[in-house]
Design a protein around this ligand. Structure first.
Ligand code: CTP
Length: 435
């Protein structure tokens, strides 16, 4: 038996040039890290021993053929993925979460892998066919062949598979001519009802178009029409938000949002959704700064929606099922933007008390677009300033805890912030005047 792990081709197996090329790509450590190659070979070997055809599909094949590093291992077997998963945990350890309805399983990898492989689990899928009972609804699925599985997919460039088991290792399955479209840079649906069945594919088409600088093949482009756009209106907020999250996770999210808007998608989601303000587009790629956790997706939404009214933000948040945290971030930055003109020329203590209840990320985003140095001073210095005198010190000076306590500590803090005290001695002198 031959396989991914054998570096020498066996002499009995005659390989086509395409198979040789696929084997070379899969074994290229720049495209697929060696630990993932090992993982794949373990799965493929066991599938072969169990007489199951085993394939790697979708974005993995597309990106490999484009010479781009691949990450997600989408594994499909003709047979029973749960049985394969059970054999894997028996032989290699880890845990299995089976989903009997769809004959799929999640293999939570053993620690031998999780040290070097991320994510720490992978999906094992049984090849399936899908049918859509209603436009925009989730499909009904049943076990089937790999060919059927490829036919249920979104675009030809995503409908290729590479076989992994035994001597078949490296065979490219391309029944829908995805390779030709990949070479021409075309995004083409597999059938005319594709966007009606699943209008989230329109967002996906836009992502691939802008990510790879591809083109929507003309008849596919024409399918982004009144009929398919109408189905977007029926999609749940969660499904639309997932697509928007994916967009904001991408490098060219600005172009993707503009394209989605210009194709009329936003009108179908919420009447107040704007195009992206081009003045803000550079800030989508902000680097993490200070100790503020970088959240590319949240920053994307903030920049996109911050110029809207409070009511529009709230209403869009309801439609798109934003988390409370995300809605807070967008509202906070919108409010800060409106109050900024009133804060300019304020003292550091006034700035600090005005903004310290706001989420740090909203202040940082506002700093990015305004370059107001007080915001940066707040983030890097002022928010950490505390009086050196503590509540215990006040008690030992005979003051009993109460509202006056807090007032004194705030006055001391303001004095530090505004440079009225610069050392412990000056602080003590100020306290004497306050007691
Ligand atoms: N797919 C589909 N229709 C969808 C979503 C996914 O047909 N609405 C199929 C495509 O064949 C896709 C595969 O499922 O290749 C995996 O989906 P996903 O992981 O979302 O995409 P990737 O192809 O991995 O692409 P990306 O690089 O954008 O993650």
């Amino acid at each position: 038996m031959c396989g991914l792990s054998d570096m020498q081709e066996t002499s009995e197996v005659k390989l086509t040039n395409m198979e040789k090329e696929m084997r070379r790509l899969i074994r290229d450590p720049k495209l697929l890290p060696p630990e993932k190659q090992t993982l794949l070979s373990i799965i493929a070997d066991l599938a072969a021993a169990m007489n199951m055809s085993c394939f790697i599909v979708g974005g993995f094949v597309r990106d490999l053929l484009l010479g781009k590093p691949v990450n997600d291992l989408d594994i499909i077997v003709e047979g029973d993925a749960i049985k394969l998963g059970e054999a894997l945990i028996q032989k290699h350890g880890g845990q299995l979460t089976p989903h009997t309805k769809f004959r799929t399983a999640i293999w939570h990898l053993p620690s031998t892998f999780t040290r070097s492989v991320q994510p720490s689990s992978l999906d094992l899928i049984t090849a399936r066919s899908e049918s859509y009972l209603n436009p925009g609804a989730l499909p009904t699925v049943k076990p089937s062949t790999i060919e059927d599985d490829l036919r249920r997919r979104d675009f030809t460039i995503n409908a290729m598979a590479v076989r992994m088991d035994g001597d078949h290792f490296g065979e490219l399955l391309d029944p829908l001519n995805g390779l030709a479209d990949l070479e021409k840079g075309l995004i083409r649906v597999l059938h005319p009802r594709s966007f009606i069945d699943d209008p989230t594919r329109i967002f996906r088409a836009i992502r691939y178009e802008q990510r790879y600088f591809f083109t929507l093949e003309p008849s596919t482009f024409n399918l982004v029409n009144l009929e398919s756009l109408a189905v977007i209106t029926r999609l749940s907020g969660e499904r639309i938000r997932h697509e928007l999250d994916l967009i904001f996770g991408e490098e060219h999210s600005f172009q993707m949002i503009q394209r989605a808007g210009s194709l009329g998608l936003f009108d179908r989601i919420h009447p107040d959704l704007p195009l992206f303000n081009p003045d803000y587009s550079d800030f989508l790629d902000m680097d993490p700064m200070l100790d503020i956790p970088a959240d590319r997706i949240a920053v994307g939404y903030m920049l996109w929606l911050m110029d809207l009214s409070e009511e529009s933000i709230q209403s869009i948040s309801n439609r798109l099922d934003f988390t409370a945290d995300l809605e807070d971030l967008i509202s906070a930055v919108a409010r800060l933007k409106k109050s900024l003109p009133f804060l300019v020329n304020s003292k550091p203590s006034e700035w600090t008390y005005a903004i310290e209840k706001l989420p740090l990320l909203s202040i940082y985003v506002m700093y990015l677009i305004s370059r107001e140095t007080a915001l940066l001073d707040y983030l890097s210095i002022w928010r950490h300033v505390r009086p050196r005198i503590t509540g215990d010190d006040l008690k030992s000076r005979g003051l009993s805890p109460g509202p006056r306590f807090g007032e004194i500590l705030t006055q001391l803090r303001s004095a530090w912030l505004d440079g009225q005290v610069k050392n412990a001695q000056e602080e003590k002198e100020l306290l004497n005047t306050l007691l």
